[in-house]
Design a protein around this ligand. Structure first.
Ligand SMILES: Nc1ncnc2c1ncn2[C@@H]1O[C@H](COP(=O)(O)OP(=O)(O)OP(=O)(O)O)[C@@H](O)[C@H]1O
Ligand SMILES: [Mg+2]
Ligand SMILES: [Zn+2]
Length: 340
């Protein structure tokens, strides 16, 4: 799996430069804080950085802030056999008993490293009692213990816990950072894809490095070479054709188009996203705002606005709809009814 093969193992390998800078500063500081809260969307590097962090503080040949990834400690942390690094998934160990036994662990001194590092993934899943129990330990942690709480939902953590942790915000992968990761993988795998190709993948990866790496892997396995094939694969082929039919108000043909799109396993989420993006450009150009290349359309500004609102509604309904094409079909029906 690309996303495991190319999981960053040093801070300089992180494609999220803002996070990398912050972690560098923390690891270079004399007074290392003992509790951290890693916050960010899925697949943005929280777990990866927690492991790099654990290696860095326990590395036997640490150079400034980077772990060497070669010493006994680094290798053993990579292999998950290092007794001083404890990873706990709070999704399945969320209760008071599990937290209590974790707290008990923190009182032991490290065996082979300098610090015992406790990585608690999905930290927002911990129960109220569990948080209460953890609070005291976070307040006065043993000198040799470091806590890293990782979560996608920080708002579900009590303020008291949050305020005792140093927060590192991973946010979401920006398009530029995602492209830089994809290029890094691409050059090592000796792919010949161009920038447009990578940026199209980045665009469809929900701001997650993991998703982007997975798409790239699938694309290469399917031997996809051209942008057209990639668009097909991502289910966004022909959005211009559909827009043309909508502009012509050709109801019958646009429904046939959607039916074919369904038959070809098109991805409606991507399709609606792309339609919205195109409509936004139409709207901007109607208001005289220049965009890349002139966007011409027969739709009026009011029609574009209506279509955008209807498609946003359809987008929301996608998850609930038992038939994937239905929200888009309903949106177009409403649109045609309102404009004929
Ligand atoms: N900053 C990054 N730079 C490069 N690759 C990254 C970065 N963040 C994540 N990745 C890629 O995404 C994969 C998943 O990252 P990781 O498991 O660290 O994410 P996470 O934030 O813990 O996600 P989740 O919330 O789903 O647990 C990594 O194996 C790696 O391939
Ligand atoms: Mg994780
Ligand atoms: Zn090392």
């Amino acid at each position: 799996m690309f996303y495991l093969k190319y999981r960053p193992r040093t801070i300089s390998e992180l494609d999220n430069s803002r996070v990398a800078d912050q972690i560098k500063k923390i690891l270079s500081s004399k007074d290392l804080p003992h509790a951290y809260l890693f916050v960010g969307q899925k697949g943005t590097g929280k777990t990866s950085v927690a492991r790099i962090f654990a290696k860095s503080v326990n590395c036997l040949n640490k150079k400034s802030y980077e772990p060497c990834n070669e010493c006994e400690n680094c290798l053993s942390i990579d292999a998950s056999t290092f007794t001083d690094v404890v990873e706990m998934d709070a999704a399945s160990n969320r209760g008071i008993d599990e937290i209590k036994s974790l707290i008990k662990e923190t009182s032991y001194l490290p065996m082979s490293g300098k610090y015992r590092v406790f990585i608690i993934d999905e930290a927002h899943m911990i129960t109220g009692d569990g948080f209460n129990a953890l609070l005291k330990t976070l307040e006065e942690p043993p000198k040799s213990a470091i806590f890293i709480l990782a979560t996608t939902n920080p708002e579900k953590l009590p303020k008291t816990i949050q305020s005792r942790c140093l927060k590192v915000n991973f946010g979401k992968g920006t398009k530029a950072d995602l492209v830089s990761m994809l290029k890094r993988i691409g050059s090592q795998e000796k792919f010949n894809y161009d920038d447009r190709f990578y940026s199209l993948i980045a665009h469809h990866s929900e701001n997650s490095f993991r998703d982007a790496a997975k798409i790239l892997e699938e694309v290469s396995m399917q031997k996809i070479k051209t942008i057209e094939e990639l668009e097909n694969f991502l289910g966004i082929r022909g959005k211009n054709d559909l827009l043309e039919l909508i502009e012509k108000k050709d109801i019958a043909k646009s429904f046939v188009w959607i039916e074919e799109f369904t038959q070809n396993n098109g991805n409606f989420k991507n399709l609606i996203e792309d339609l919205l993006e195109k409509l936004r450009l139409y709207l901007l150009s109607k208001k005289g705002i220049e965009t890349d290349g002139l966007e011409k359309t027969n739709l009026s500004a009011a029609e574009i606005g209506r279509l955008i609102r209807l498609l946003m509604e359809a987008y929301q309904l996608l998850k609930q709809s038992p038939i994937e094409s239905l929200p888009l079909e309903m949106a177009l029906t409403d649109f045609y009814n309102g404009t004929s």
